[in-house]
Design a protein around this ligand. Sequence first.
Ligand SMILES: [Zn+2]
Length: 508
Amino acid sequence: MDSRNVRTDKRGGICFRVDDNKPIRQWVEFAEVFDRYGFKFCAALCPGRMAGDEDYTSLVRSLQDRGHEIMDHTPLHSVDKLPLPQGADADAWRAMPGVDHVDATRVYLTYAPIHAASLTEYRADVSGNLMTARTPQDLNDANQTRFIAVYLPQTGSVFRFRQIERSGDVVLALRSFWDEDNVDLGELRDVAYHKLSKADVRMTLDARRLLAESSLKLFENLGLDRPLTWIQPGSGGCSDFWRGDVKSCFGDLYGYVAAATYPDRSLKCFNEDDPGGDKCFGMQWGDFNDEARDLDWNLKRIADGIAGHRVLIGHSHFWEHVMPDDWEGYLERVDGILAWCKANRVPVRTYSKWAEVLYRSTPDPNVNVIPELNVDLNGDGVPDGYDIRSAELVQSSGVPDANGAFLSVQNAGTICKVDRLGGLEKGANTFSVWISGQPGDSIEATFGFFEVETTETLAFSVKNPEWTEQRATVGIPDGASQVNISIECTHTGGGILKIGRMRLKAHC
Ligand SMILES: [Zn+2]
């Protein structure tokens, strides 16, 4: 079925995601909150960690039966190893493409050759498993993401490490790519090495295939529905997948429809530029934080995001130590967000549903994408999606075009900004704005297409004191998914300048 024909109204919304195999009690209580409203959440689970646990499996089954989305968080929260299936022929596994080695319980997967040409070269001495930089301090910046492993071209291998402090300098105790303590390189003098980030290391296609097949098999054996979404584990090996690598394996070969990746995450807005058809595999979380931030903080983020035609994904590990108000407070906050969504008709959908709405449906091009000045879903006195600068928001029934709110300024300066506005239609668009002021007053609207580094500015001047709608054309460049809009007052004669409803939509 070609769902491209389905039209949407560019209404953004939210998605709740919780990662890892958390205790049953937490899932049960969390699900009760959602079931109260009929909303669905997403759980990223590791099927290799629930095998043999009947209670856990039946909990997951009941979540799936109620429409919550169970996502593939890899078999063992790792992109570089798998559980060796019970009774499996280890030698047969050893010979499989994508397998580096096998031990009694695990299968260790292969990584792709490192492209060192684009990486800075450093030099070191190695003795056994201890690596010392030729230039002191070179190894002192190790961290979990940007410098998680080293590549020694002379050995053709990637090594993880533990840091050891030796008289103020960091020495690395090298470990295998799979974090095994089995490295002995003998004596190497003045050898080249490169620092690797998680995004520099890629697993081979064969390894990725085994990851997908292992997960699908495990879900099947547990009597669960297959997952449709793949979620990169944050602390599971030293490779962060790129969305294209997820698409080419999990999407193209195994029917997954969505994923979360870190290095090239997508923007999750309507009409997102998507030449490779892989943005649905870059849907990372953390746009709001139900776990660690209070209700008002979350509602502001969500209200602004929806006004910008974006989809926001929450963040939770059910970590009670980061909850400002303990577990009960957390459940209340989630209840508060859901009640607010229900009251304001804010869609709450799962990953796979949002992937379809955002990336496989066609939005209505006639929708105005500029947020309305009279919409303030989170009730903080600021119109959603706006950053109001040197202007006053006035509610009045005397404004034409029926939305009852305008911005009033007396001096030149920035009136307001709308950042990261999505839902754009490529090509010629009409921008319109209602203005009232003294003849000679003027404003400028600047459109910053930050992804393609171009800017377009439209100037408007007041010709008579009556409310007047002025229009001009702005071209949305190819490659632009979002725009930052700034409205400036460039001149007033000392009187009041008023800005009413603004619109941006494709030429019909
Ligand atoms: Zn995780």
